[in-house]
Ligand binder design. Sequence first.
Ligand code: PGA
Length: 248
Amino acid sequence: MRKKIVAGNWKMNLEWNEAQALFHSLLDIQADGVEIVIFPPVLYIGEFVKNSSEAQITIGAQNCFSKQDGAFTGEISAAMVKSIGATHVLIGHSERRTIFNETNELLKEKLRAVISNGLIPVFCCGEELAIRETSKQNEFILNQLEASIGEFSVEELKDLVLAYEPIWAIGTGLTATSEEAEEMHANIRSWLTKKFGEEFANQTPILYGGSCNDKNASELFACPNVDGGLIGGAALKEDTFKKIISAR
Ligand code: PGA
């Protein structure tokens, strides 16, 4: 059985007082069979890790650089994320790809850094609207995955979590229908099977992201190949995030 994961990507939102208030409101969550990860702005990670040891939530970084250390002003390394006690790193979010020009090649190197530092990668993929309008989304997503993940071994990828986030659904209020999400997740899982074998494909969680909220989460999470969600806007409010966590 694959574990269900609900992850909150706070992006560049919430100043310290607001972030603390939201974080503290999540510490009492008790949800059987769900793994909960939050990705706050990196400045807050150390404090949150310290204060979440008794809680069910774990903390991740929204990004890290591909190099281990050195003269890279403004960047943080996977080793730093690990040393502060965080567990996960988001890689390849569409905002990193489009706004910060992160290429498949760079994302492969980031994935290598995350894996070799013993962190759990949450690797994101997703197509633009123009690609879906020409029905090329399946091929496009598999190319993204092949380019960044294809060369790793099953052993290296044993903790991999994937997140399918269609760009046209992120922050727009437009959600993929459960049929569209399931079709893509099944497409990804069959690629994983061909590439890495059935056991690996069956154990790898694939999350859905893109305007997932407390109204549509149950239907999306009920799809056989959707193993939870990567939540943006709806993770910024205690009540909606908690409802999504308890969505079955
Ligand atoms: P959204 O963002 O839920 O606000 O659409 C999801 C994401 O970008 O991870």
